[in-house]
Design a binder for this molecule. Structure first.
Ligand SMILES: [Zn+2]
Length: 63
């Protein structure tokens, strides 16, 4: 639902990072979206990627 746009791992660019909710280690929620912290599936990398979802760039709609 949230993860429509798959992203590549930001520190180990060997292809798209398969983002599944199983890999989400943390979540930072904002009003209309937020960030998911997703662990890279590559065992040699293991980096945590911050993936924005929702309309985080429309925060000014609040004010
Ligand atoms: Zn990685």
């Amino acid at each position: 639902m949230l993860l429509k746009s798959l992203q590549s791992c930001q520190s180990f660019k060997l292809g798209p990072l398969p983002l599944t909710l199983d890999n989400v280690v943390d979540e930072l929620q904002k009003c209309f979206g937020g960030y998911l912290y997703v662990v890279c599936l590559n065992v040699e990398c293991g980096a945590v990627n911050r993936v924005p979802y929702g309309t985080t760039h429309h925060r000014d709609a609040l004010f």
